[in-house]
Design a protein around this ligand. Structure first.
Ligand code: AMP
Ligand code: FE
Ligand code: FE
Ligand code: ZN
Length: 293
């Protein structure tokens, strides 16, 4: 049987709905040979995930993170795979990003309240599926959940479209790192910086993407997430072509969020371990609990 990996998964330390330990159990039950926990702006779930991973010696656990970088018109997310969970620099950088969010969330809520939408920060905390840990991440998806729950919108996309999306009235921009800063923070923590879901950059053609990726490589990018639940076959083939041409490590993952993105399942799309490279998986998982790949 082909060995498969899922190198992009969220827990309730950011906007997923299951705990880091549950994520590990689900991934093992799904038969994954490796899984990476890649929460937005926090590494607070890695210790619990790493502990649970000891119960599944057949599966490599890869400590990761996902950092949003300054970019327009689309979104640029950089995954850090194989980071040292105890790296102080990365802890500091992610703490700064969480502080920025802590300032932003009340501003979004205030804008909503000014529009007559009665929601509170406490309700948003409750929607985050966990007692608010000091390092856990609260974001727009949690605000959207409250808007759905209270009947202001029909679903999460409706919430982004009508209220909190980039072009909606209660939108508040978030402070970002530059792409080079995000890449450097990951490299300094011993990880590999990987361009997540390139489709979300919204490049208009292949050459534009290739030019951008070349710049990111110059800044220290090491891989590209060619396989992702939001890529169609044509996109996947294009990204594989660019990654091979530019000598990047090919990665892939589901971007599983649990209930927040019900159409996405752990382990889908199928990402063969052989495409990512056994050597890379071993190197990335080596940092976690001395766990063999
Ligand atoms: P934040 O980091 O707080 O700005 O929230 C961004 C997150 O919101 C993204 O990572 C997505 O998971 C989610 N998101 C963004 N746009 C949408 C949308 N249109 N529908 C549902 N979820 C979205
Ligand atoms: Fe997310
Ligand atoms: Fe992302
Ligand atoms: Zn993600």
């Amino acid at each position: 049987m082909k060995k498969l990996v899922d190198l992009h998964v969220h827990s309730n330390e950011s906007d997923g709905s299951y705990s880091p330990a549950d994520i590990i159990t689900f991934a093992a039950n799904a038969g994954m040979s490796a899984v990476a926990l890649t929460d937005h702006d926090t590494i607070s779930g890695l210790a619990a995930a790493s502990c649970r991973a000891n119960d599944f010696p057949q599966m490599a656990f890869i400590p990761g993170v996902e950092i949003s970088a300054e970019y327009s018109p689309g979104l640029m997310h950089i995954l850090g795979l194989g980071i040292n969970p105890d790296d102080e620099g990365l802890a500091e950088v992610t703490a700064g990003l969480r502080d920025a969010r802590a300032n932003r969330n009340p501003q979004i809520i205030q804008k909503l309240r000014d529009m007559g939408i009665d929601i509170s920060l406490d309700e948003v905390l409750e929607a985050s599926c966990k007692a608010a840990g000091p390092d856990s991440v609260l974001g727009r998806p949690h605000i959207a959940m409250v808007l759905v729950k209270k009947g202001f919108v029909k679903d999460l996309s409706d919430a982004f479209e009508k209220f909190i999306g980039t072009h909606a009235p209660a939108y508040v921009p978030k402070d970002h790192l530059s792409p080079s800063q995000a890449i450097a923070a990951i490299n300094n923590a011993g990880g590999t910086a990987v361009l997540a879901h390139p489709v979300q950059l919204e490049c208009t053609n292949e050459l534009q993407l290739e030019t951008l990726v070349r710049k990111l490589i110059h800044a220290g990018l090491g891989g590209m997430e060619c396989y992702h639940s939001s890529h169609n076959d044509i996109q996947t083939r294009t990204y594989l072509k660019i990654a091979k041409k530019l000598g990047l490590i090919i990665t892939g993952g589901s971007d599983y969020h649990g209930a927040g993105k019900p159409d996405v399942s752990l382990g889908h799309p199928a990402v063969p371990l052989s495409v990512v490279g056994e050597e890379n998986i071993r190197r990335w998982s080596g940092q976690a609990c001395g766990h063999p790949a």
